[in-house]
Design a protein around this ligand. Structure first.
Ligand SMILES: O=C[C@H](O)COP(=O)(O)O
Length: 252
C-alpha cells in the first residue's frame, strides 16, 4: 500500500511573511491523516517555514539544490545546507529548470544521488513536451529521463524516491492530461523501475502526476491504479486549496 503524497511547488512565489501566513492557515485548517504533505518553497522562505511548521505533519521541501557538498558555485545551495534548516524533500529536474537553467539528465542524476546521500527525499520530475507528445515519443522520453535519473541507485533505494510525471504542455496551462492517459504513462515509468530494480521497488516507489491539478480534478487522478499523489503548482499557493487537494486525494 503506497501512502499518497501531495506536494505543493510554490515556484518563485511567496515572501517569508506570505509563507508564514500559509503555515498558520494550514495548521488551523483540517487535513486528513494518511496523506503525506509537503510544500516546496523558495530558498528564502525555507527557514521560517520549517520553524512555523514544527510539530505539524506538513514537511518542507526545496525546489532545487547543487549536487556538490560545497565549493565555488556562486548562487548555489548544497544538500547539507538544506538539511541544516530542517528541509526534508527536494524537487529535482523540474521541467522549468531543464528548460531555463540547463538542467540535464546527467545533473539530475548527480542531484538525486546527492540528495539520497544526505537523507533528503528527491522528487524527480520527468515529462514530455507537446512536440514530443504529438510525435508519439512520450514513452520513450519518460523512459530515458527515468533511467538516467535513477542510474547508480542501489536496489532498495528507489523506494525512497518520489517520481513526478509532469507533461510539460500541462504545466500552468489549465490543460491537464486525462487521468487515464497520465496513468498509462505512469505505468511505463513503473515498468522502467521494475526492469532496472525489480518488482518490489516498482511496487513501492511512489509516482505523482503534475500539471494543472486542482481540487476539482484531484479525485480523478487518485482513482487511477498507478497514481500516488500530485505535484501541484498554482493550486498549492492558497492554504484552503492545498487542504482541499490533500483531503481530496484520499479515496473513500
Ligand atoms: O511542479 C508543479 C507543476 O509544474 C505543475 O504546475 P501547475 O499545477 O501550476 O500546472
Amino acid at each position: 500500500m503506497r501512502t499518497p503524497i501531495i506536494a505543493g511547488n510554490w515556484k518563485m512565489f511567496k515572501t517569508i511573511a506570505e509563507a508564514k501566513q500559509f503555515a498558520q492557515e494550514v495548521k488551523a485548517g483540517s487535513a486528513k491523516a494518511g496523506v503525506q504533505k509537503v510544500v516546496c518553497a523558495p530558498f528564502t522562505a525555507l527557514p521560517a517555514l520549517t520553524e512555523a511548521l514544527q510539530g505539524s505533519d506538513l514537511a518542507v521541501g526545496a525546489q532545487n539544490m547543487h549536487f556538490e557538498e560545497q565549493g565555488a558555485f556562486t548562487g548555489e545551495i548544497s544538500p547539507s545546507m538544506l538539511k541544516e534548516i530542517g528541509v526534508q524533500y527536494v524537487i529535482i529536474g523540474h521541467s522549468e529548470r531543464r528548460q531555463y537553467f540547463n538542467e540535464t539528465d546527467e545533473t539530475v542524476n548527480k542531484k538525486v544521488l546527492a540528495a539520497l546521500k544526505h537523507g533528503l527525499v528527491p522528487i524527480i520530475c520527468v515529462g514530455e513536451s507537446l512536440e514530443q507528445r504529438e510525435a508519439g515519443e512520450t514513452s520513450r522520453v519518460v523512459r530515458t529521463q527515468t533511467e538516467a535519473a535513477l542510474a547508480g541507485l542501489e536496489a532498495g533505494q528507489v523506494a525512497d524516491v518520489i517520481i513526478a510525471y509532469e507533461p510539460i504542455w500541462a504545466i500552468g496551462t489549465g490543460k491537464s492530461s486525462s487521468a487515464q492517459e497520465a496513468n498509462e504513462t505512469i505505468s511505463v515509468i513503473r515498468q522502467v523501475v521494475a526492469e532496472a530494480y525489480g518488482q518490489e521497488d516498482a511496487a513501492n516507489v511512489r509516482i505523482q502526476y503534475g500539471g494543472s491539478v486542482k481540487p476539482e480534478n484531484i479525485g480523478s487522478y487518485m482513482s487511477q491504479s498507478d497514481i500516488d499523489g500530485a505535484l501541484v503548482g498554482g493550486a498549492s499557493l492558497d492554504a484552503a486549496s492545498y487542504l482541499q487537494l490533500v483531503n481530496g486525494s484520499l479515496q473513500e
